[in-house]
Design a protein around this ligand. Structure first.
Ligand code: NAD
Length: 244
């Protein structure tokens, strides 16, 4: 168990899937966790749930102010909220490109910008961003989504360089296809969800979907002093998909 006693963590998109597993994992380690989500009612009851839209600057600023007022500090920020997009470059119009970039990439900048004054005061400040295996493996029919997650890798390195001297580490995780409500929604839309699920499992290098808790364990490492000499890098939690 990695210890986070006395620390305060913000997890965006923490009301579902990977974000919920991260929030639970940090809380188990002793952190007080604030979940910033479009759907705060989905947050687990032990977390401080705040309604927030990472695509709206005023909403993000109000949410971070509410966390700071409640706990008096912010030590860890997990920029995890994100949405999908299916298709080639021919399939998504400009509005969709702007919408998805605004959530998946600009959202991370917004939340980080609002939280930075608090992180600068923390003796163990860490930011962890959720990218994707899409950024490293080049999955078909995911041009827009892949572009946003590639941007997250680059943004992570840039933020790490910018805030190194302030003692704020910035890393990211690249999950493979993970067992979350997001993937369940995709499977449910198939003609035969059970068969589709079996096929999806079989396409993974290790024969199964990644568990959200496995991503959360990597995030916990990157958010903790155990990774005190690690910044600007990423951990793949993809069963080896990026190597195929
Ligand atoms: P999910 O849909 O289960 O959960 C996403 C959460 O983010 C939801 O609670 C949703 O309300 C919230 N959210 C969405 N837009 C938001 C916004 N604008 N502001 C605030 N909250 C918002 O998804 P998940 O599968 O847990 O994915 C979480 C992250 O992991 C995403 O960034 C996704 O790109 C990434 N990821 C997922 C997978 C996968 O296979 N599930 C793989 C690689 C990366």
């Amino acid at each position: 168990m990695i210890e986070f006693g006395g620390l305060v963590a913000v997890v965006t998109g923490g009301a579902s899937g990977i974000g919920a597993a991260i929030a639970d994992r940090l809380h188990e380690g002793g952190a007080q966790v604030a979940v910033l989500d479009l759907n705060p009612d989905g947050a687990h009851p032990e977390h401080f749930a705040v309604a927030a839209n990472v695509a709206d600057d005023a909403s993000v600023q109000a949410a971070i102010a509410a966390v700071a007022e409640k706990f008096g500090r912010i030590d860890i920020v997990v920029n995890n909220a994100g949405v999908g997009a299916v298709g080639t470059v021919a399939d998504n119009d400009d509005d969709e490109w702007h919408r998805v970039f605004d959530i998946n990439v600009v959202g991370m900048a917004r939340v980080t910008r609002a939280a930075l004054p608090h992180l600068r005061l923390s003796p163990s400040a860490a930011i962890v961003n959720t990218s994707s295996v899409a950024a490293t493996a080049g999955l078909p029919q995911r041009a827009l989504y892949t572009a946003t997650k590639g941007a997250v890798l680059s943004l992570t390195r840039a933020m790490a360089a910018d805030h190194l001297r302030e003692g704020i580490r910035v890393n990211c995780v690249n999950p493979g296809t993970a067992d979350t409500p997001w993937v369940a929604r995709l499977l449910d839309s198939a003609d035969d969800p059970a068969a589709e699920r079996a096929a999806l499992d079989a396409r993974q290098p290790h024969g199964r979907l990644v568990a959200a808790s496995e991503v959360a364990d990597a995030v916990a490492y990157l958010a903790s002093p155990l990774s005190g000499s690690t910044t600007g890098t990423s951990i793949a939690v993809d069963g080896g998909m990026q190597n195929l």
